[in-house]
Design a binder for this molecule. Structure first.
Ligand code: HEM
Length: 127
C-alpha cells in the first residue's frame, strides 16, 4: 500500500487568534481603551459600544478566515466624515497589539492581523 504523507495542519488566523471567545475578549479590551483615551475618544461620543464591538468582532472574524459573515458598512462608509488622523489610527493599533499580547496571541499571528489592518488604513484615515 502507498504511504500517506501527513499534510501539515493548516489553521486559519482566526483559530490562531484563539477563536471567537478570545477574539471577543480582544475586541472588548481594545475598543474599551481606544474609546476613552483622550487621544482617540473624539469619534466615539454617543456611539453604542456594545453594537460596535459586535460589529468589529464579526469584521475581524471574517477577515481572519473565521466562520462569520460581516454585514456592516464598508470601512470607507463606516468612517466617513470622521476625518480620522494617523495618530488616532496609531493609538488604536497600540491598543490592539497590547490586547493581543494580553490574550496570549503569538507574535507572528499578531503581525499577520496587523498586516491585514494596515491594508485597511487608507479606507479609514482622512475620510
Ligand atoms: C484599520 C482600522 C479600522 C478598522 C478595520 C475599523 C473597523 C470598524 C468597523 C468594522 C466598524 C463598524 C461599522 C459598522 O458596524 O457598520 C467601525 C466603526 C467605527 N469606527 Fe472603526 N475601524 C478602524 C479604525 C478606527 C479608528 C482609528 C477609530 C477612532 C480612533 C475608529 C472609530 C470608529 C467609530 C467611532 C465607529 C462607529 C461609527 C458609528 O457607529 O457611528 N475606527 N470601525
Amino acid at each position: 500500500c502507498s504511504p500517506t504523507v501527513p499534510l501539515a495542519p493548516t489553521t486559519s488566523l482566526f483559530e490562531r487568534l484563539g477563536g471567537m471567545q478570545n477574539l471577543t475578549a480582544v475586541v472588548d479590551d481594545f475598543v474599551s481603551k481606544v474609546s476613552i483615551d483622550p487621544r482617540s475618544r473624539r469619534t466615539f461620543e454617543g456611539v453604542n459600544l456594545v453594537r460596535l464591538k459586535a460589529s468589529v468582532v464579526s469584521h475581524l472574524c471574517s477577515l481572519s478566515g473565521g466562520p462569520c459573515k460581516y454585514e456592516g458598512d464598508s470601512m470607507a462608509l463606516a468612517h466617513r466624515g470622521m476625518a480620522l488622523t494617523s495618530e488616532e489610527l496609531q493609538v488604536m493599533g497600540e491598543y490592539v497589539g497590547q490586547a493581543l499580547i494580553r490574550r496570549g496571541v503569538a507574535k507572528q499571528d499578531r503581525e499577520e492581523l496587523e498586516t491585514i489592518l494596515d491594508k485597511l488604513a487608507g479606507e479609514v484615515v482622512n475620510k
